[in-house]
Design a protein around this ligand. Structure first.
Ligand code: NAD
Length: 510
């Protein structure tokens, strides 16, 4: 495939890299990357071994010792170069994301754009790692805080955003003065390898310490767990399912390390009788079927007021029947494949459970076969009538299944249903009524980390802090002040007087 050559990837790739140096482990198994687009094998990767982990970790520690001394704006200059290199390769990288993960080319390019955007953000941030000065209660004293680099940052990422989530973490961690070890999903190692090639060029050109950026491809329960248990890694950012995150967080907490948890969602859109349906319907469809329902922010529950339930249902049925499903590389298609056949099996199982629990599929539900669907990963998006109490509705299924749920009465009743699940990532309301919108955003409103008005649940910009509450893990990444998680805060008190007054007026005479 020419794209692999453009990105300097081989048919068989090493699965670990320290900066510009690629490790040579070959005895730990080989992972064949099968594209969900057409079922062909794109390339393979040798899986990293424990020794590779040790090498990367040692290099990361060494790099950190130097990098933390580099002034932050100089670190920003390196991130600027990374952003420029990504700009120059947006097309091939975005195309590889589509081939490997199966999201549409528009979304693949969007994912690379997200990396470029976070680089720009991090460059600006590199001159804005502000601490505060506080008023001291003592005369001739200065009380202030400053932020120092934290150390080696571990980054574990999920398959559905194979590179963007890494960049949210790595680019911020880098301007904060940390070195990084990245363990991407082993379902999507090729885009990670391509990014490491881009980094290697920049590291080489700038003579950076080798261990600044490290990459390890390997299963979560071996390579990932080494990272979780390692006391030399003070922070591990973990993106993935709630089940995995709960276990991983317990391991890191056991050594009193820090985590940033970005876990599963079960996101709802509320549509009230005051909604502008011309906005709501396309937004709902994009939020539910974009990335074939495999975004953590995908809309999974639609909470509709009884007065507009039938109208919205009919409009969605019309829209869903017009959706074109097929290769994500063909820009006329609306929806591509699921990541693999196991995900298709999970989709089928959930639809069986839904019917057992009293739900009804009103549209979709078939696995597609025939020309263009050879990978076995293409499914029809589903609209189903259900209620919020059903077990199947209360858990996250990573597939394009949208549950239609009815509410009666005021917006408070809708908000109560929306909040009545374990997850708390993203939420949205469609209404032109100011009071309903503000109530949704108030302290008694949505309990999610993301709450939107008149736009869908997915498609966040990098400028805001991204993350969610409850079983979503409570972490925040990307913009706003999320950078503070990647640094250690130090409070300083300086006495520039000639006496020793104590805080709280305590008297201690010698
Ligand atoms: P997953 O939990 O299967 O895997 C995520 C990552 O964890 C992978 O790199 C995997 O190898 C690693 N892992 C698995 N077991 C591990 C272990 N024992 N120790 C260390 N690492 C381990 O998730 P997935 O299927 O790749 O992604 C889908 C899930 O991710 C969904 O639940 C989705 O909502 C969530 N997600 C959340 C966000 C967010 O920002 N909240 C973003 C993207 C995806």
């Amino acid at each position: 495939m020419p794209i692999l050559e453009t990105l300097s990837l081989k048919k068989k790739n090493p699965g670990a890299s320290t900066g510009t140096r690629w490790n040579t482990t070959r005895d730990n198994g080989e992972y064949h990357v099968v594209s969900p687009v057409d079922g062909t094998t794109l390339a393979s990767v040798y899986l990293a071994a424990e020794d590779d982990y040790r090498r990367c970790k040692e290099a990361a520690l060494e790099a950190f010792a130097h990098w933390r001394l580099t002034p932050p704006p100089k670190r920003g200059e390196i991130v600027r170069q990374i952003g420029d290199a990504l700009r120059a390769r947006k097309e091939p990288l975005g195309t590889l994301v589509s081939w490997e993960m199966g999201k549409s080319l528009q979304e693949g390019l969007g994912e690379v754009q997200e990396m470029i955007d976070i680089c720009d953000f991090a460059v600006g941030l590199s001159r804005q790692l502000y601490g505060r000065t506080m008023a001291s209660e003592r005369p001739d004293h200065r009380l202030f805080e400053q932020y120092h680099p934290l150390g080696v940052t571990g980054i574990i990422t999920a398959f559905n955003f194979p590179v963007a989530v890494w960049s949210w973490n790595a680019m911020i961690a880098t301007v904060c003065g940390n070195s990084c070890i990245w363990k991407p999903s082993s379902k999507t190692p090729l885009t990670a390898l391509a990014i490491q090639q881009v980094l290697a060029e920049i590291m080489h050109a700038n003579r950076l310490p080798e261990g600044l950026f490290n990459l390890l491809i390997g299963p979560g329960d071996s390579i990932g767990e080494l990272l979780l248990h390692d006391r030399d890694v003070p922070l591990v950012s973990i993106t993935g399912s709630t089940e995995m995150g709960r276990r991983a967080a317990a391991i890191v907490a056991g050594r009193l390390g820090r985590t940033i948890l970005e876990l599963g969602g079960n996101n709802a859109i509320i549509v009230t009788p005051q909604a502008n349906l011309r906005l709501a319907v396309p937004a709902i469809v994009f939020a539910a079927v974009g990335t074939a329902g495999q975004r953590c922010t995908t809309a999974r529950r639609l909470i509709l007021h009884e007065q507009i339930y039938d109208t919205v249902k009919e409009a969605l049925l019309t829209a869903y029947r017009s959706l074109r499903i097929g290769s994500p590389l063909d820009e006329t298609n609306h929806m591509g494949p699921l990541i693999d056949r196991a995900a298709v099996g999970a989709y089928q199982e959930v639809l069986r459970e839904l019917e057992q629990q009293g739900g009804t599929v009103v549209c979709g539900g078939r696995v597609l076969t025939g020309p263009g669907y050879e990978s076995g990963c293409y499914v029809e998006p589903v609209l189903a009538e259900a209620n919020n109490a059903m077990a199947v509705v209360r858990r996250e299924t990573f597939a394009p299944i949208l549950y239609l749920i009815r509410y009666e009465g005021s917006v408070e009743a809708a908000i109560a249903q929306q909040n009545d699940v374990d997850q708390g990532l993203s939420s949205a309301i469609f209404t032109d009524n100011l009071q309903e919108a503000e109530r949704f955003l108030a302290a008694v409103g949505s309990d999610c980390g993301i709450a939107n008005v008149n736009i869908g649940t997915s498609g966040a910009e990098i400028g805001g802090a991204f993350g969610g509450e409850k079983d979503t893990g409570g972490g925040r990444e990307s913009g706003s002040d999320a950078w503070k998680s990647y640094m250690r805060r130090q409070t300083n008190t300086v006495n520039y007087g000639s006496s020793l007054p104590l805080a709280q007026g305590i008297v201690f005479n010698l």
